[in-house]
Write a protein that binds this ligand. Structure first.
Ligand code: TEU
Length: 560
């Protein structure tokens, strides 16, 4: 049981991983052809982002059929082949489960919108205009909630004169989990995938599935529309629904991994979601540490204070120490590239990428590696608006510029925070299209692929890639990494991240210099550590002296 405590997950974003047929978009056969890269890294699990039929309004997170594969990515036969190839390498495959919403082109929604009396009407959230207002009039939306992708979270359907709720794009109507038949249809679909052989699910915004059915207006004064998320983040029945899902889908099946993506989740809630005794989920993705460099919105950038990062991650480590389990990540397909955001993507790129990996992977929890992170891939040099593809960025630009914002200022925040940074093609080699495609890539290849690529990394024993390999191996071979306790050190140090892990008489000291200047780690019992073994990294200037952006793991045995 709990095999995933010593596992590492590798996230594949299919559009951008490998293209086998030259249409410029990655596909399942492409992934299968590059699986040895993932196996060589030592990852235990591959998480595959959505590959289902989709109008691709939100890059596949708008699903129009849960039981098929989009022709862009291949066929169900290709999926089965990929699954077999993953299993043949001793790895598991976890797929993306997007059941807070569907595409507006899903048959369920077509039926639901067909009439107010449709038997599937209440599979989605339909509401009349605000009392006393005409459908379509400004402000007639049933609530003042904002969509995560700009504008109101409601869209009027003129045919029936009612609005439907969409927390994300207007092509992503929210499913109404209050309806028991809808829940059963989802569980049945999940069982269908498990019977096909998949090993679990990464569940998209699964803490949004229970809304306050009264749908009250959101609090706050962000103008005409406010978030409203207090009425759907970890809503009244979310634990009930996930416990039901567990009973209906997961109970009695061994070897699975379930991880819920949960924006806005608190440590206390996460403990409930992941307490094995409650039988809901194995782990959750929390968002606190990826919001510390933001103000009111993700576009409102602030410098990250290392103290805040330590306080946050430290609180999650402590909060899930006795019950529950953490997932660990710096990046994914929604976040900027980790080395550009938290490290240095210039002079010290390689050292910073390694340090970030060392610090994260030595925490207690299950690490997730996002494709390209193991190469130290960086943010992209997007020049113009036309270089971006992501609906979130494009909508935000249109909305802010229409409201009078300086276009250059908006572009600057898209460059820093836009999701397309993570979605540029995987850099396999130095050739013109980075070995990703023979056609025109759907999103430009980062020109730095001539230097940063998998082929070069494999050939260089000091590369970021080989560093990840060693860290993953350590999680498999040193029980303290998976199972040891965690103690944060130096909470107020503005440059050095430091903590210990302990299991029995084995103790690790993990150090990371989050600055471009040399730093001394003033840890307690420094004398003892000066005689320790260097487990990860080098120590040319002394065991507690760190070069710019350098990371290190020391190992000692204690008499205690
Ligand atoms: O993301 C949910 C989410 O809240 C964010 O991470 C999202 O990217 C937000 O816009 C950040 O500003 C999940 C998926 O990971 C994301 O790709 C989807 O767009 C979204 O759900 C809707 O399915």
């Amino acid at each position: 049981m709990s095999w995933w405590k010593s596992a590492v997950v590798y996230q594949v974003y299919p559009r951008s991983f490998a293209d086998s047929d030259g249409d410029g978009i990655g596909d399942l056969a492409g992934i299968a052809s590059r699986l040895d890269h993932v196996a060589e890294l030592g990852a235990d699990v591959l998480w595959l982002c959505p590959v289902y039929p989709s109008p691709q309004d939100d890059a596949g997170y708008d699903i129009s059929d849960y039981r098929a594969i989009d022709s862009t990515f291949g066929t169900l036969a290709d999926f089965d082949r990929l699954l077999a190839e993953v299993h043949a390498r001793g790895m598991k495959l976890v797929t993306d489960l997007v059941v807070n919403h569907t595409s507006d082109e899903h048959a369920w929604f077509a039926e639901s919108r067909s009439s107010r009396d449709s038997p599937r009407r209440d599979w989605y959230w339909w509401r009349p205009p605000r009392a006393g207002m005409e459908a379509g009039a400004p402000g007639a939306e049933p609530t003042n909630w904002r969509s995560a992708f700009s504008g109101p979270a409601w869209e009027l359907d003129p045919a029936t004169g009612e609005y439907y709720l969409h927390i994300f794009s207007r092509k992503q109507p929210d499913l109404n989990w209050e309806t028991p038949e809808l829940r059963e249809a989802i569980y049945e679909m999940m069982r269908w995938w498990l019977e096909r052989g998949v090993d679990g699910f990464r569940m998209d915004v699964v803490n949004f599935i229970s809304k306050d059915p009264a749908l009250p207006d959101g609090r706050g004064d962000g103008g005409a529309f406010v978030s409203g998320s207090e009425h759907y983040i970890c809503g009244p029945r979310v634990h009930e629904f996930l416990a039901e899902m567990h009973r209906e889908v997961f109970a009695g099946r061994d070897g699975l991994l379930t991880v819920g993506e949960m924006p806005g989740v608190t440590v206390e809630d996460a403990r409930l979601f992941t307490d094995p005794a409650r039988a809901e989920l194995d782990m959750v993705f929390q968002f606190e540490h990826v919001q510390l460099d933001q103000g009111a919105t993700k576009w409102d950038l602030r410098p990250l204070a290392l103290r805040d990062l330590k306080a946050s991650l430290g609180r999650w480590q402590a909060g899930l120490a006795e019950r529950g389990w953490n997932s660990l990540y710096w990046g994914n397909h929604d976040q900027p590239r980790a080395v550009s955001r938290f490290g240095d993507d210039g002079e010290h790129r390689v050292r910073a990428a390694k340090m970030l990996a060392t610090v994260l992977q030595m925490h207690r929890g299950t690490p997730y590696v996002y494709q390209g992170e193991e190469l130290g891939m960086t943010n992209a040099p997007f020049a113009r608006l036309e270089d971006f593809r992501d609906i979130e960025s494009l909508n935000h630009y249109a909305e802010s510029v229409a409201a009078g914002a300086d276009p250059e200022h908006v572009l600057a925040s898209l460059r820093r925070m836009g999701r397309d940074n993570a979605r540029t093609p995987m850099q396999w080699d130095a050739s013109e299209r980075a070995g990703f495609t023979t056609g025109t890539p759907w999103l430009a290849v980062n020109p730095n692929h001539v230097e940063i690529n998998a082929e070069a990394a494999r050939a260089d024993p000091d590369s970021v890639f080989h560093h990840y390999r060693r860290l993953i191996e350590l999680r498999h071979s040193e029980p303290v990494v998976a199972h040891g306790d965690f103690t944060m050190l130096l909470p107020d140090d503005e440059r050095v991240y430091a903590f210990t892990r302990r299991l029995g008489d084995v103790e690790l000291l993990v150090l990371g210099n989050f600055s471009g200047a040399a730093a001394e780690a003033a840890v307690p019992s420094g004398e003892r550590w000066r005689a320790a073994e260097v487990l990860v990294g080098e120590a040319p200037d002394g065991l507690l002296s760190l070069r710019p952006w350098e990371g290190r793991v020391l190992k000692a045995r204690s008499a205690r």
